[in-house]
Structure formats: C-alpha cells, structure tokens
Design a protein around this ligand. Sequence first.
Ligand code: PLP
Length: 394
Amino acid sequence: MSVRRGWNFLMTPGPTNIPERIQAAMNRPALEYAGPEFLDLSMGVHEDLKKLFRTDSEVFIYSANGHGAWEAAISNTLSPGDTVLVPGTGQFSMGWSDMAETHGVNSIYLENDWRNGIDPSEIEQKLRDDTAHKIKAVLMVHTDTASSITSDIPAIRKTMDAAGHPALLIVDTIASLITTEYRMDEWGVDVTVAACQKGVMMPPGMSFTAANTKARKVSEENSTGRSYWDWSSRRGPIHYTWYCGTGPINMVFGLREAIDMILEETLEGAAVRHQRLADATRAAVWKWGEAGTMELNAQVATQAANGVTTIRVDESIDVDVLQALLREEFGVALGHGLGQLNGKTFRIGHMGYCNEPMILGALGSVEAAFKMLGIAHGEGGVMAAVKSLAEAKN
Ligand SMILES: Cc1ncc(COP(=O)(O)O)c(C=O)c1O
C-alpha cells in the first residue's frame, strides 16, 4: 500500500463519518450515572430524540447496534407462535425476518426482486386473507441498505387500514432516519426502530425504539420473557433502569451534540441535502452505465434511497478488486454487496456527515479506479454529478 496523506473517505452506508463536534463532545470524563448533571442531560436527550422521529411517544435507548433494536421490537411485541408479515426489499428485510423466526415467530416473507418496493396491494391481500388475525405485525424496512430501495410507509399504512387489520406497523428506519422524511405519528407507525451510526452521525453502538400507546399495551400484555429489551422496566423513578444498567454516558454526550446538529440543520434541511447528494451520485451512475457494464439497482426513481446507492455490475467487473483499489490507492471505503447481491453490486454511502465535495471526491476516485482497472464505463460521470449539484444548489 502506498503512503497516503489527507483524509480517508468513509463512504460506506454505516458506519459513517463522525463530525469533529461529536468527537469533541464525547471526549470528556464520565459523570456519575445517578448525579444531577447526567440525569438532566439524559432526560433532555430522551425528550429531544422524539423530534427526530416526529413522535410524541417514548423513545428507548439501547447500548446495542441496530440488531439490538430489531430484537427489542420483536421481544416486546411478539411471542412464539405469532406470525409477522415481512415485505422483502433486500438483505435487511430478510435478516429481520430470520431474527423473528429465531424467536419462534412465523414469518411470511414476501419475496421480491430487491430492485423495487413491494406493491402495497400485495400486503393488503395478505392481510385480507388473514381473517383470523394471526399476523401480529408488519415488519417493514423503510430503506433497505443492501438494495437502496426506500418503501412508501404511508401507502403501507393505508393498505393496512383498508384491510381493517389490527397488526402493528413496525418500521426499521436504521438507514432512513435523517436522510429521508419520516413522520412516525402522522404516518401511523406503531414502533420505530433506529440506530445511531448512519444519519445520526454517531459512532456505532447505540440504537433506539419508539413505541406508541398501542404497541406499549401489546408489550405490557406480552408475558414472553425478556429483560434488557423490556420497555416497561425501562421507565420509572430510578434513571438507572432507563438503560437497564449503567448508561453509555459518553455516547449520550455525543448524542446530545448530534441531536443539536440535526435540529440546527432541521429535519427538512437534512433530507434535502441527502436527496441532493443522492441525485448527484445517481447522475454519475447513469453516465457510467452508458457502456452497459453497470446500472442503478433501484428501478423506480421515486424508490431510490437518499442515503445509499447500490450499483449493479456485470461479470466483467470484479467488485472486490475495485473496492480494494479504492481503499488502498485512494483511501476511499465503499460498501460491498450484501446477501444475494454480493459480488454483483457495490454501494456508495452518502449519509450522515457528508457534503458535496466529499461526494465529488468519492465519485472522482471511483471514476479514476475504473480507468486504472480498464473497466468500461460511460464518460462524464463526475461532470454529470457536478451539473446535478450545481442545478440543485441554484
Ligand atoms: C436497514 C438496516 N437495518 C438493520 C441494520 C443492522 O444494524 P446494525 O449493523 O447496527 O446491527 C442495518 C445495518 O446496516 C441496516 O442498514
């Protein structure tokens, strides 16, 4: 590997770049967990987190990655023998479905090609067929980070209502929160699952669930054993129980800063920025695709994610070689293909602490790597991105 100077570019769809402000906020001594300063800070963070989800419901914080929050949603609301409906839009839908099954829950996994969102009418039909109401929840991944497909949550809520089905709507926003508009209460979502290492710009290791009154009631009536994840025991007068033990104090310092940064930019502003970076990336990929060796995975423009772009390649392109060259020669880290897309795709993350020069630098490096490796590609990808950004900024 050659010696490089300058910043490395972490263009993976999680973890993402951590702003200096957040790093600095975390770089301080811990506090006593039961003292007034931490109590104040932590209560404020729990309250302000609701703004990120646009909810009035309680948000629960876990010292765990996103898989932890998945498990929290499952273990609070479901029991062995229950059934869930999981619209499959990529590897993460599949992974969540598999996790439900390890809890003894039957999963009806709706297969699709991972290039399109699930047609809401398919969900409606499954719910209408379930006259005995065996389906207790729809587990929906808002943005599936493997496929870069973002699903229409309000449309899914509508079909559930149209079918008159009482299942909970549980939405994974791990890749969509902050990068994409999300309105938990207005959209009628019962449980939201999220994590901190993507749009929230934090180091990995913290995740969240927000649960509305209906979901809390289901949890209270659910006698299946759980402890760490349990929502009810995470509230009460002793703040220690809000974390089921010692809180991740320095992560909470960082989270305070992250929430402040997000609210400064505004949720609308952050979503527009992510859309701008995503549009620029897609403009480059369309150009590159003119040689016929690669294309966007998402086939419908309105379903293409704001935070990540999955690029499908043909057999002439070895994605491992491409990514290794980018890592070693340019210091640019991209995401690899996941599950059935492994070896067939690579992913450019544009989520969290990311701006125009960063995306142009990454796209320029990718284009240079194509040239170094002799990969056939349409010319002018970076220029197309420049044009897209200029138009969006004007
Ligand atoms: C949509 C989605 N769900 C779930 C996960 C799992 O999160 P974690 O890797 O933090 O456990 C990820 C991770 O990338 C994700 O993108």
